[in-house]
Design a protein around this ligand. Structure first.
Ligand SMILES: NC(=O)C1=CN([C@@H]2O[C@H](COP(=O)(O)OP(=O)(O)OC[C@H]3O[C@@H](n4cnc5c(N)ncnc54)[C@H](OP(=O)(O)O)[C@@H]3O)[C@@H](O)[C@H]2O)C=CC1
Ligand SMILES: O=C1O[C@H](COP(=O)(O)O)[C@@H](O)[C@H](O)[C@H]1O
Length: 456
């Protein structure tokens, strides 16, 4: 048996794989963080291995600073491409028969494709599985959104459980792989005064912003299936909200992979937040679609939302009455993700804490200080922590963390199925409200500087 682990990627010609996952492998190899693995990349678009790899070569060499082609050549030696359509599963089966799956130490099936074909892919995996000896461990790794609603998620979950035990199922939300998102955990757990300040007593309002400059590009089919509510709100936004609002458990001192008690408490505490999440009055929900979206997807009739703005509430003593304003959208003025906490104040001067997730990784605290001179006039200043400036190194990209964790078997950063179930309950309620009240999707201008005071 080989000592290698085999990643099988479904959707290896898609935006996620080519823009984020494959570059993450490149960086991991360059930094010698991962070695014993092979990649079987499955896609539809390219006919053969050579045209697939030359397209990847072009895209990586254009986007990676100080690109080293020998690293990519090394990665290509570990990668095979197979063209197949999931609607023709027989061709996959004959090919995989010859791929000697039984020779690998572990097989990691990675679904990086459209939610509408997840069930088909899982049925195929079920068949492939029959050809692999049961002593070879398998993992199923799946990208958000996990289905379309609560019922479809339950169905997916049943299929997963036929293939692998729950501990080998990895639901990926790459926001949890981002360093600054993990920093929310440390910030709260290791600065007890901050954790205590985060409550209705001191906080007036919280804003969670995921603003993107790009439109949907070539991902029209995907976006028509999901819209922003399923693409970003159901997962990244609800994760950020839960992390900032949860009662943080104490960190473990050991290596995180060993610390199952911490993982369990985190999941429990996040669940308590999401179970108590409340939607606002429909008048406060705004849905938008950027002007050129209908050209991007070549469908003038589309009503798909590319932006959502609404406040959410948590019915708990800690957060009673505090609005968590959400705004997320595509084709906005700039790419930025952040959480802004606005504190109550006795004067008109506000105190704020801003946790910027990207493009910069920083935490700012806005406080009032005295202006020099003989008066007690104050002026706001920003106390600033900037990760790059302080530590002098760029944090690894989210997918480097995600891939390494899947490879090693560390589930600390992955949402659990109970959280996902509750997140779908909120989304289902939201979608019902939108349908029932017939909330219209309004147009907004491309590159709109939406709600200017929301963007720092
Ligand atoms: N793009 C991103 O930045 C991120 C995406 N994700 C998630 O990753 C997943 C994929 O997204 P993304 O890559 O952007 O989507 P894309 O639309 O870019 O890619 C979809 C992929 O699925 C393949 N595919 C579609 N239909 C079939 C079929 N019938 N048989 C075989 N393959 C098929 C496509 O093949 P082909 O194109 O060759 O036809 C393509 O490889 C989604 O779940 C998304 O939520 C998560 C985080 C970030
Ligand atoms: O999951 C997704 O995330 C990306 C945004 O990720 P980021 O790390 O660049 O902030 C988004 O573009 C995509 O639509 C969505 O599927």
């Amino acid at each position: 048996m080989k000592s290698e682990k085999l990643f099988i990627f479904f959707g290896a010609t898609g935006n996620l794989f080519t823009e984020k996952i494959f570059p993450a492998f490149y960086h991991l190899i360059r930094r010698r963080k991962i070695d014993n693995f092979r990649i079987l990349a499955i896609g539809r678009r390219f006919r053969d291995d050579q045209s697939y790899k030359s397209s990847l070569h072009q895209s990586l060499s254009n986007k990676i600073p100080n690109f080293d082609s020998s690293v990519l050549d090394g990665l290509f030696l570990k990668t095979d491409y197979y063209q197949g359509d999931i609607y023709d599963p027989q061709s996959f089966l004959s090919f995989l028969n010859e791929y000697h799956l039984k020779n690998y130490q572990e097989i990691l099936f990675y679904l990086s494709t459209l939610p509408s074909i997840y069930t088909r892919v899982l049925r195929l995996i079920e068949k492939i599985n029959q050809q692999i000896p049961s002593n070879i461990p398998k993992k199923i790794i799946i990208e958000k959104p996990f289905g379309f609603n609560k019922d479809s998620f339950i169905h997916l979950n049943q299929l997963f459980n036929k293939l692998a035990p729950e501990r080998n199922i990895y639901y990926v939300d790459h926001y949890l792989g981002k360093d600054t998102v993990q920093n929310i955990i440390v910030l709260k757990a290791e600065n007890w005064f901050i954790e205590n300040l985060l409550s209705a007593r001191y906080v007036k309002e919280i804003r969670i912003v995921v603003s993107e400059k790009e439109g949907v590009g070539s991902r029209g089919q995907f976006y028509e299936e999901t819209g922003t509510i399923r693409d970003i709100f159901q997962n990244h936004i609800l994760q950020l909200l839960s992390l900032i609002a949860m009662d943080i458990p104490p960190l473990c001192q050991e290596d995180k992979i060993e610390c199952s008690s911490f993982i369990g408490s985190m999941q429990q505490k996040k669940r308590e937040v999401i179970q108590n999440l409340k939607l606002p009055d429909t008048k406060k929900i705004y849905l938008g679609q950027y002007q050129s979206y209908i050209q991007d997807i070549s469908n003038p009739l589309s009503k798909t939302e590319t932006l959502i703005r609404l406040p959410l509430y948590i019915s708990s003593q800690r957060w009673s009455g505090v609005p968590f304003w959400i705004i997320t959208g595509k084709r906005l003025a700039k790419k930025i993700s952040y959480i802004e906490i606005i504190f109550h104040s006795t004067t008109s001067n506000e105190n704020r804490m801003i946790i910027e997730i990207q493009p910069e990784e920083k935490i700012d605290l806005v406080i009032q200080v005295k202006i020099p001179g003989k008066s007690l006039l104050s002026s706001p200043v920003r106390l600033n922590f900037n990760s790059l400036g302080t530590f002098g190194i760029n944090s690894p990209e989210a997918y480097e963390n995600i891939l390494i964790d899947c490879y090693r078997g560390d589930k600390t950063l992955f949402p659990d199925s109970q959280f996902i179930l509750h997140s779908w309950e909120i989304v289902d309620k939201l979608r019902n409200l939108i349908n029932k009240e017939q909330i219209k999707v309004e147009k907004y201008a491309d590159n709109y500087y939406y709600a200017e005071d929301f963007l720092i």
